[in-house]
Design a protein around this ligand. Structure first.
Ligand code: NAD
Length: 483
């Protein structure tokens, strides 16, 4: 199947933080790929900006190096890359000073889509928005894109929202959660709302429970100072896991428009019950034989921050009452693996003698490493010897089914093109972010007030014993991490 690439309108994209890690690893390579496949028109321009003094030629060289490092080689890459680099410009701006803004304003064209991508720390969001506004650059159809983390609690998220909304309307603000740009995440919506097979079964009557796992095999990896102030709850659960939960649990929106979809997601977050301390397992990876542990990685020998969390969550509404959602995420686990597993109830009765317990079907929506969907079913074991049953997976890998272009499309490049198109469906709305913090805040506050200590776990495992117990006591098991 060939994916259709529909070119977007000409645009000026200002990339603040253009010399940073995210810009080099994801955003610029992603834009290049969109150019390579013909989606980015030749009139499009990318204006890199950061406080580092450099001219446009040096920025082109920096971008070239990044793209060569972070994108796979292709037969025509050198030629296409040279054409792409011609689209690039650079303006030095220290966003906390007055300098550079007029040069930036002069570099922008009045008659094309205008987007400002803030790939900088959140403490700069409001400043940049204010300066753009004061320079007259925040025109009514311009867009502003902000990265995570969007606040560290409800009050800081509110302050960020207020700062942005003082200069831009909500329909101009794109809050990135790159999980929403993953092919499978959108496919979850297609699977649910474009097929009649699953939706009648998508409720507490038929679904025993849902497991959402985002497991990483790497540790803190150089981001120690940030991570130790944040932990798995703020860094992963409040945003990515809550978003996956919302897409799994939400009601069908009446239409596929950004606000109709986001209205339904907010309703899910607002229906989340407060989580009891006993329904949470926190963990922190300890040192393995030859290496360092979490506390060494963050340089804080007495850190209480969790690098792992598992929790049982209830969505208190008609559809999901009695069907728990188990969320789990952590670092230094057995494998890098993210999935949503919808575990259906066991068949109520078996007509087959001597086969033991018949287990329910499991629909697995895999986000990484290999995006796809699997349905676990029970079939007859082939061959003679009487009727024996075994479990097999009906497996669809998107890369195999949909071709090479899908395999290479990264979440960031899809999301940046959505910004240019003016489609906010896959971006978090301000009230959604605040609702998620309102749910998470009391949990964190309770840990702080009680001095809660995360349980130690060994690297390369599936987390602490406490997480296993969370499931076992309910007569359930986590799915195995690592295939
Ligand atoms: P970084 O520290 O590597 O880069 C920061 C960029 O901001 C640099 O280009 C720097 O020059 C610029 N900058 C800093 N202060 C400035 C100022 N006063 N004026 C002008 N420019 C200034 O950071 P990063 O890792 O690229 O992250 C950028 C944002 O993306 C952060 O909000 C981060 O939380 C978020 N994010 C990063 C990643 C990642 O993988 N790196 C993942 C998710 C979210």
């Amino acid at each position: 199947m060939v994916s259709r690439v529909i070119p977007v309108d000409p645009f000026d994209l200002v990339l603040f933080g253009a010399t940073g890690d995210l810009a080099k690893r994801k955003i610029l390579p992603g834009l290049f790929h969109r150019f390579e496949v013909g989606q980015m028109p030749s009139e499009a321009r990318i204006i890199g900006s950061a406080r580092t003094e450099m001219d446009a030629e040096t920025f082109r060289q920096v971008t070239k190096d990044a793209i060569e490092q972070f994108t796979p080689d292709s037969p025509n890459r050198a030629k296409t890359l040279a054409q792409f680099l011609e689209r690039l410009d650079y303006v030095t701006v220290d966003v906390s000073s007055d300098q550079g803004w007029q040069t930036l304003a002069d570099a922008l064209r009045p008659d094309v889509v205008r987007a400002f991508y803030l790939s900088v720390g959140p403490s700069l969001f409001a400043d940049i928005a204010g300066r753009l506004h004061d320079c007259g650059l925040a025109t009514p159809d311009s867009r502003i894109v902000v990265e995570k983390p969007f606040g560290r609690d409800l009050s800081s998220a509110r302050a960020l929202n207020e700062g942005l909304r003082a200069c831009f309307e909500e329909h101009q603000i794109y809050r990135i959660d790159h999980y929403l740009g993953k092919e499978t995440v959108q496919n979850l919506m297609a699977l649910r709302f474009a097929n009649s097979l699953f939706e009648p079964l998508w409720n507490a009557t038929h679904v025993d429970h849902v497991q959402i796992t985002v497991a990483e095999s790497i540790g803190i990896d150089g981001r120690g100072a940030y991570y130790d102030q944040s932990g798995a709850m703020r860094d992963m659960v409040q945003n990515h896991l809550v978003q996956l939960l919302c897409l799994t649990a939400m009601e069908p929106p009446s239409k596929f428009t950004p606000n109709a979809v986001r209205d339904e997601k907010v309703k899910v977050i607002e229906a989340l019950d407060p989580v009891e301390p006993g329904d949470i397992a926190r963990g922190q990876y300890r040192a393995d034989a030859g290496g360092d542990g979490y506390r060494d990685h963050v340089g804080n020998p007495s850190s209480n921050t969790e690098s792992f969390i598992a929790m049982k969550v209830s969505v208190a509404n008609w559809r999901w009452s009695g069907t728990p959602f188990y969320l789990r995420t952590g670092k230094r686990l057995r494998a890098r693996e993210s999935e949503i597993a919808v575990v259906f109830r066991d068949p109520p009765h078996t007509i087959f003698p001597n086969v033991g317990r018949l287990r329910g079907n499991v629909l697995v929506i895999r986000l990484q490493p290999d995006e796809g969907i699997t349905l676990r079913t029970t079939i007859k074991d082939p061959g003679p010897g009487g009727l024996r049953l075994s479990e097999v997976s009906l497996d669809m890998s998107f890369a195999d089914a949909l071709g090479a272009d899908v395999r290479q499309q990264d979440a960031y490049e899809r999301l940046v093109m959505d910004v240019i198109r003016g489609d906010q469906t896959l971006f978090m709305r301000g009230d959604e972010v605040e609702a998620a913090w309102a749910w998470v805040d009391p949990i964190i506050r309770n840990w702080e007030e009680t001095g809660d200590q995360p349980a130690a776990y060994d690297p390369g495992t599936s987390g602490p014993e406490e997480a296993l117990m969370l499931m076992h006591r309910d007569g359930r098991r986590w799915r195995h991490i690592g295939g």
